[in-house]
Design a protein. Sequence first.
Length: 368
Amino acid sequence: MGKTIIAVLSCAVILAACSSGSDTVVIKKAETVQLKEVESVSMEGKYMLAMADTDGTYFIDALTPTGPNPDTGVIEIRDSSMDVVSTLTLHRGKGPGEVLFPAFVKLLGDEIYILDGSKRSIEIFDYRGNYKDTILLNGSFSIFKWITPLVKSEEGIAVAPVLPDLLVRFNNEGEVIGSVPSWLKDNTDGRMWQEHACRITGDPDGNIYLSFNEDKFEIRKYDPALNLIWSKKIIDETTPEPGMTMVVIGDAKQPVGTFVHSSFFYDDGKLYMLRGIGGEIKDRMNGRQRERYSQPISGLESAFIDVFSADNGDFIRRIKAPFVRTDRWAEMVKIGDAFFINISQGQKEEESKDTRPDNIIIKAVVER
């Protein structure tokens, strides 16, 4: 694995926020800081599926060999120097310790939890990759592959399905002990799964934070019993409004627009959200066929991180990530003062002069 050190030029950008009512946060002009890249590591031709979680000491990335429908994948555990300290090979299958539809990988103490959306199970391994146990989750639900986080605390396990509930909590044996019902009654307009697309994270007190990442810019905080503490609609007056809409493409409805964010997590009383990624997805006619394509997000120079208060949802500051193009998919974790951002393959309408490879993890710190 090669490592490079790249200097990043700083630039002055201004942002801030104020509250305009107890249920709305408006992002306005104020001071912004910027990330400086200090190291990077390439995946050397392997396809990066996700960079999922951190326990404050290590973080996880998920890889698969190139080619259609691979039978195996690899989970890597890396330290804050981005060195691999352990690996786990995932095998496709329905048996104990096998995975059909990986939705999230989480570090919990000396254990690795893998949420499987097809088996509706959590496969548990130790740090050395040895299989330990399986938790079968009761209930019927659908989730997104690789991007449906689970939160675990003493109160149990929480996941955020696409359908049918917005949020579900299980006990440690997989029994449903609570849920947040959907406000949607049917799926006749093809939008139900999209409006439920969200990320969740948790704090040491067992509270759960939920943010929608496709249809709406909103953050919610629930207590351990799934009672809503607060809900904040975010209005960003400084950037193009994020969000997806549905259009008919071929035989199905598909979302077009921009993602609200790709990563959302709690750290030391704050909520971090990586925005300005995934490109601006549009649709067009290609002969007689309608197709989707992606281009850089208009009005944005690069991706950025918005930071909110976990106490009340107020906006704190913005951190620019000038090394992340807006037409690339990226995800992020944080260990101490360092941010780790993986940049995976993006969609391009036409080739760019940027020759930097995809499937790379970048370590960065706030520029002083």
